[in-house]
Design a protein around this ligand. Structure first.
Ligand code: GL7
Length: 834
């Protein structure tokens, strides 16, 4: 406001000394060298690329801190309502390149580093990915942070600072997946600021004593400390810089002094180790609700610390507690943070002495819940005995919420016992368990799915009874989005430049309003533009080939069509369908005469993705892919026409090289199983075409680009249930239903790609129940692949499809998605940081 008094000393001296963001090249080199000398304590003459990266990162960080401080002060001064995005995963990838782009300093740093004898591109490669996530859900959170900051919205992320991110994937000599830890913090992380002053106590175990007035006292047990690390999130083309706060667990006492004095050193450090373990590792499972005690501990630790922090910030505003929802909106990214609901109840009722009903009013106006999957195995359930031991007060609160809720249900649907049983927060069984999705649903103001079809499935399947109870308006859709800064400008700078030149618009215009890409359609028939477009795709294919040759030693034919499937290995995503399709293509090629083969388009198929370490069938699929590659890539009859690569250790950074190089990418989940998918959007934004099922966001992509620009195949969602029923009760032998697939399976079993018996369990998933319906979709899949081949032969048409696809991606910017959340759900406003 300018009215505050300068706290101490001479204001003019302070003001002259306060650092602004100095953006001229000499200031940049000065700051980098300064960090080399002081922060790194190294000499300029023996600096390597890693040191240069670290110094450049710290120099950029200085700028971010200035903006970040100003942004936070500004939001506080204006007492603005803020939104908090609680996510157990933030899959950030690398930061330096993104920060430079968002700050508009990339060229200047390139020049400055060049003057110091370094190549910026090489330096960028030194950074390790921050891989605090499994896949789509975690990367979505990262895109949403970028969009929030870019749109100048007061949004914070809250997550955990795992010491080890998602495991590194190695391929063993037999072709299987091996896991190694990801010690990503080994080289120090310049992008985080430890906040020694932001520390909270978090309690586990102990006992809860009811006081008779609705309140209780929870005491005893184990207390650990949550310490904050702040990660600055720069907006694009704005000063606005948001915060991602990650919690680290620490022991409350370094060690137990009594045991120490008694000489029992192991015992002395035991509790300290158990406290530190809470944030030691990211769980490498996705789409699974199966969790262990440590996972529940992580969830509570994180939600308790985050809520304590949010409450403290709210209290600084000096407003009545009933106004909490006017200043705070909390988005629950899937059910993982659902404990925030009973935790806020506990804080309000037990600590703030708010009456139960008022507290529930506050809670249900604060939270918003996003569901990310309808797969039954992913619905989180926690055993009541575990919850009672670990969080005795929360278990009481959940029972109380349930009692009141079920009374209301009974009133609305008198005597409908089945409904009560289905809607209860407690699932009967041995033991009983707490249904987290039900709790998230009733404790939130709104519930949303992540694509139109998915949101409809949420309404009509997993949360149907809740729709009947609350009415449909509580349940809506926000289709996912991706940030065009990283997924166009950063990963494909030449395409971004061409778009800018063609539209005659500065990049900042279309990178902030992606609908502007629509203007490309005017140029779609211009042969010069088409040539430039095709040349960029070609150079991206060469960039990928170069990357593969330098990292793995394979030489890739860049004149072939590049066909890419990159995502977590999961049966529902059907990498098996793809590999069976590859084998089918191989067998077909083998059956051809040399003359016939001359008419075939060469193709290179890429796979990448990790399997959950305990997911046997998924790991077997990787092994099959690798071993098929080993055979077909050296077959002299076919190797010029078909090769296959499994690229190990898929990551955000690898995606940034793969996606711009793709001609066609595969999104082939069984209809109704992939909630949205987000890489489909990334491929399309980079001019890659899509081969997919009528599922998730594929449908909305087709609505935008036109069905003739997408290669669709397979059964539709409504058919899936009936087909599964038939598979169970009226199974038709695979030889009859799908001879082409039967032949492929037989070849695998017969040992054409190494010991066939190894793959029996995988083949049986298809031969027996075939839950994911490969036998139903295989023929139409092969037909779709053929259509892709035919379409690719007409290069001009293909390029036009590619241009059209990019041009119609406006809807899929995460800026649009985050605006939906901000306006429809959180009710927060943008503010310019001057
Ligand atoms: C997922 C969905 O499977 C995926 O389709 C979606 O795009 C993503 C983000 O909404 O969320 N759900 C889920 O549990 N994981 C996902 O990636 C792990």
């Amino acid at each position: 406001t300018g009215k505050e008094k300068w706290p101490r000393g001479d204001e003019t001296v302070w003001k002259a000394a306060i650092r602004g963001v100095d953006t001229d090249v000499p200031s940049i080199t000065k700051s980098v060298v300064n960090h080399v000398q002081t922060s790194l304590a190294r000499q300029a003459y023996n600096l390597d690329d890693l040191g240069a990266y670290q110094a450049a990162a710290m120099s950029v960080r200085d700028d971010l801190i200035v903006n970040w401080n100003e942004t936070q002060q500004h939001h506080s001064r204006k007492s603005q309502k803020r939104a908090y995005y609680l996510s157990l995963e933030f899959l950030m990838g690398r930061t330096l390149d993104n920060a430079l782009l968002n700050l508009g300093l990339k060229d200047k740093y390139a020049t400055g580093m060049n003057q110091l004898g370094f190549n910026l591109e090489d330096i960028l490669e030194q950074e390790r990915d921050a891989a605090l996530g499994n896949g789509g859900l975690g990367r979505l959170a990262a895109c949403y942070l970028d969009s929030s900051a870019s749109q100048e919205l007061p949004v914070w992320g809250y997550g955990l600072r795992y010491k080890y991110g998602i495991f590194q994937q190695l391929i063993s000599p037999d072709g299987g997946q091996l896991e190694a830890p990801d010690p990503w913090l080994e080289h120090d992380n310049p992008w985080e600021l430890p906040r020694l002053d932001v520390i909270f106590d978090v309690r586990f175990y102990g006992h809860s004593e009811r006081l008779g007035n609705g309140r209780a006292i929870w005491s005893g047990g184990q207390e650990v400390l949550a310490m904050a690390y702040d990660v600055m999130i720069p907006g694009y083309d704005t000063k606005s810089t948001n915060n991602l706060r990650l919690w680290e667990s620490k022991p409350k006492r370094g060690f137990d002094l009594n045991s120490f004095n008694a000489g029992d050193y192991e015992r002395a450090v035991e509790s300290s180790n158990s406290a530190a373990a809470i944030t030691s590792v990211l769980y490498p499972n996705d789409h699974t609700g199966f969790g262990k005690e440590l996972r529940l501990k992580q969830q509570y630790f994180w939600t308790a610390a985050s809520l304590a922090d949010i409450m403290r910030r709210f209290k600084n505003l000096d407003k009545p507690i009933t106004e909490f929802p006017d200043y705070v909106a909390i988005q629950l990214n899937d059910t993982h943070p659902t404990l925030a609901i009973p935790e806020l109840m506990r804080m309000l009722v037990d600590e703030e002495e708010v009456p139960w009903d008022t507290a529930w009013q506050i809670v249900t106006n604060t939270f918003f819940f996003t569901n990310h999957t309808v797969l039954p195995e992913a619905l989180e359930k926690w055993p009541v005995p575990l919850m009672t031991t670990l969080l005795p007060r929360h278990m009481q609160i959940i029972f109380d919420i349930n009692l009141i809720f079920l009374q209301a249900v009974d009133k609305k649907f008198p005597g409908d016992r089945e409904k009560l049983a289905k809607m209860s927060l407690i699932e009967e069984g041995f033991p009983q368990s707490v249904r987290m999705a039900n709790l998230a649903c009733i404790g939130s103001r709104r519930v949303n799915g992540v694509a139109e079809l998915h949101s409809e499935l949420v309404r009509t399947t997993i949360l149907k009874d809740f729709v009947d109870f609350y009415g449909v308006s509580k349940f809506s859709n926000v289709t996912n989005g991706i940030t065009p800064r990283r997924w166009l400008d950063q990963c494909n700078p030449s395409l971004s430049n061409l778009i800018s030149e063609t539209l005659k618009l500065p990049k900042a215009v279309f990178l902030k309003d992606l609908y502007k890409l629509d203007g490309l359609l005017e140029h779609i028939d211009d042969p010069t533009f088409q040539k430039k477009w095709a040349a960029i795709k070609q150079s991206n294919k060469e960039r990928l080939a170069h990357h593969i040759e330098t990292t793995l030693g394979f030489r890739i034919n860049t004149h072939a069509m590049f066909d890419v499937q990159i995502k977590r290995l999961h049966e529902y995503k059907r990498q098996t369908l793809n590999i069976m399709g590859v084998i089918h293509r191989y067998l077909t090629l083998k059956d051809m005469t040399p003359q016939e083969r001359t008419k075939v388009n060469p193709k290179v198929v890429f796979f990448a993705g990790k399997a959950a370490p305990g997911y046997y069938v998924a790991k077997l699929t990787i092994r099959l892919i690798v071993n098929v590659a080993r055979i077909i890539n050296i077959d002299p009859d076919t190797k010029d026409l078909l090769t296959l690569y499994f690229l190990p250790d898929y990551s955000v950074s690898l995606a940034e090289v793969l996606i711009p190089a793709s001609d066609i990418s595969q999104h082939i989940s069984t209809a109704g199983t992939e909630a949205s998918g987000t890489s489909n959007m990334k491929f399309c934004l980079n001019g890659g075409l899509l081969l997919g099922t009528v599922d998730g966001a594929n449908i909305e992509i087709a609505e935008e680009v036109g069905e003739s620009n997408v290669f669709f195949f397979g059964h539709l969602t409504p058919a899936v249930e009936d087909l599964r029923y038939q598979h169970t009760y009226h199974a038709v032998p695979i030889e009859e239903k799908c001879p082409a697939l039967a032949r492929v399976l037989d070849e695998v079993a017969a040992g054409r790609f190494g010991d066939g018996s190894v793959y029996e369990p995988l083949l049986n998933t298809i031969r027996q129940i075939d839950y994911y319906l490969l036998t139903e979709d295989f023929d139409s899949y092969i037909q779709a692949l053929r259509m892709v081949d035919d379409a690719y032969k007409d290069r001009v048409e293909w390029i036009k499809k590619s241009i059209r696809t990019t041009a119609k991606m406006g809807k899929f910017s995460s800026d649009r998605a985050i605006q939906d959340y901000a306006q429809e759900y959180w009710n927060i406003e943008s503010t310019k940081i001057e």
